[in-house]
Design a binder for this molecule. Structure first.
Ligand code: NDP
Length: 371
């Protein structure tokens, strides 16, 4: 029985994780839950699961529920927890990722933003504390499944992207897209921030940065390709030219379960069984950087390294929040990111204060470009 903490339990990945855990009560025990603001949903989860620890970041305390920003780290370092499933959205997830790794836990990471911001710090925390990082993102889970059990030789990765709802739209139409249009994802049902990131393809840039830190490949060996059916999740190319891919109908429950059990597998009924005939034709197209400038900016920030990815992430978070609130046209998201990155004072990302300072400065600058 492994103890599990679910951070961000009231979100899309959090709820999917609870569905997975409900099928595997013999293997995992839910020890801790945290939510952001959704107290009602958290209370319902606490009533169902009776975890040893429950925390709400914002809001009034309730019986059995602690409140405050520190609940994330408390849950992540709880002594009965072996695996921390970090499904918090945004930069708010970083401290818990670091704390869990320093405490020697496995971190099943959905919160890609914490790796994008502090990739070097995350690796250091794992080395120092003996913790282990396992991806939940479906593309990175696919890569892990392709490389596990093989003895090195990984040469290149190609991550797939659905292309989002604006895949074949003209750039001018993408620029003027509405919130409702951006939230209409063709193949995945996810939280609103990552759904907008998928529409702008900022998400794929975040994922290439995530892959750089997880698998240690340079950016020249990391590519993305548009694959509208979302059946192939990633291709791993080896040094002899051989390519291994991982396939499946889109569901996050499979990568969540694999992040809990890696390198082992548990029999599970959660994923629809694969049927190549039902999957139909699989097609691939290049990413169109003219229509999706946020992708190009994110990859450039990844290549620049240091605190540039943290600045990219922070500017994107501010711009996406403004777009979702109805205060920014879709096309301005990339323009805000561009303006912030042009003013970014580059520096190393080897200490937490430098990363936090870059995050704060980028947020402050992004806010000035929102009008
Ligand atoms: P959701 O918006 O659905 O859920 C986010 C969760 O984080 C909620 O539980 C929310 O709490 C909590 N939260 C929000 N802000 C804070 C904060 N400041 N402090 C603490 N907790 C907070 O997002 P998703 O589940 O879609 O995504 C979560 C992460 O997983 C993201 O990093 C995303 O990129 C990644 N991911 C998601 C995928 C998906 O299919 N959804 C696929 C791959 C990666 P509350 O609602 O109570 O306020």
């Amino acid at each position: 029985m492994r103890g599990v903490a679910v951070l961000g339990s009231t979100g899309s990945i959090g709820e999917s994780t609870l569905s997975v855990l409900a099928r595997h009560r013999d293997s995992f025990r839910l020890v801790a839950l945290t939510a952001g603001r959704n107290r009602e949903r958290l209370e319902a989860q606490v009533a169902t699961w009776a975890p040893a620890f429950a925390g709400l970041v914002e809001g009034e305390a309730a019986p059995g529920i602690r409140t405050g920003r520190e609940v994330l780290v408390e849950a992540a370092t709880h002594p009965d927890v072996d695996v921390v499933l970090n499904a918090v959205v945004g930069a708010a997830g970083l401290d818990a990722t670091l704390a869990a790794l320093r405490a020697g836990k496995r971190v099943a990471l959905a919160n890609k933003e914490s790796l994008v911001m502090g990739g070097e710090l995350v690796a250091l925390a794992a080395r120092e504390g003996g913790g282990e990082l396992v991806p939940v993102d479906s593309e990175h889970s696919a890569v892990l499944q392709c490389v596990t059990g093989r003895d090195g030789g990984l040469a290149r990765l190609i991550l797939t992207a659905s292309g989002g709802p604006f895949r074949d739209w003209e750039p001018a139409r993408v620029h003027a897209a509405t919130v409702a249009e951006a939230l209409r994802h063709p193949t995945w049902s996810m939280g609103s921030k990552i759904t907008v990131d998928s529409a702008s393809l900022a998400n794929k840039a975040l994922e290439l940065i995530e892959a750089h830190f997880l698998f240690g490949l340079p950016y020249d060996a990391l590519d993305a390709v548009v694959h509208p059916q979302s059946i192939v999740h990633a291709f791993a190319e080896f040094c002899d030219g051989s390519v291994i891919a991982q396939l499946g109908f889109p569901t996050m429950e499979l990568p969540i379960l694999y992040a809990l059990t890696h390198p082992a597998r548990l029999p599970d009924s959660g994923a629809r069984r694969f049927d190549p005939v039902a999957a139909g034709s699989l097609t691939f197209e290049p990413v169109r950087p003219d229509a999706f400038p946020a992708f190009r900016l994110g990859v450039a920030a990844g290549r620049a390294g240091g605190t540039a990815p943290a600045a990219f992430n922070a500017a994107n978070e501010v711009a996406v929040a403004a777009f979702l609130a109805g205060g920014l046209p879709f096309g301005r998201i990339a323009e805000v990111i561009d303006a912030v990155l042009q003013q970014h004072a580059q520096g190393p990302a080897t200490d937490l204060e430098a990363v936090r300072a870059a995050d704060r400065a980028a947020r402050a600058r992004a806010t000035t470009f929102l009008d």
